[in-house]
Design a protein around this ligand. Structure first.
Ligand code: THU
Length: 137
């Protein structure tokens, strides 16, 4: 359940934190705002590196900040970019670990929601614990 107020806060936070994106190479600034079931919002930005493959996406920064603070139940994540870009495959997979029903709000540079979807819709057939033989014995 996501209230209008929470939706608004997620949009505003994801947009506001884009200023902290460290993206000197791509110049593509991404902001994420992740709402946990306890009501806390964890933000994240993309962090690039001169060794290009070392980049970390905004969504995963937000997830890792939350998990490292003991939070693993997520209600929704907003992702803001200039053009309404959607989460990459790696971020979809990481989000799926913590719930396929997490809502995903795709926000553009004007603060408009371009798409409101779920992790399940973004990653059909997600690899999960059910795919690990040892977990099913
Ligand atoms: N990026 C994200 O932060 N999240 C995504 O889901 C897609 C891509 C970043 C990584 C890189 O810094 C820049 O966007 C261009 O790929």
């Amino acid at each position: 359940m996501l209230t209008d107020e929470q939706r608004k806060q997620l949009i505003e936070t994801s947009l506001a934190v884009r200023r902290w994106a460290y993206a000197p190479y791509s110049k593509y600034e991404v902001g994420a705002a992740l709402l946990t079931s306890s009501g806390v919002i964890y933000d994240g930005v993309n962090i690039e590196n001169a060794a290009y493959p070392m980049v970390m996406c905004a969504e995963r920064v937000a997830v890792f900040k939350a998990v490292s603070e003991g939070e693993t139940n997520f209600t929704a994540i907003a992702v803001a970019t200039s053009n309404g870009g959607t989460p990459c495959g790696a971020c979809r997979q990481v989000l799926s670990e913590f719930g396929l029903e997490t809502k995903v709000l795709i926000v553009n540079g004007d603060g408009e929601i371009e798409q409101e979807t779920t992790v399940a819709e973004l990653l059909p057939g997600a690899f999960g614990p059910q795919d690990l033989p040892d977990q099913n014995e």
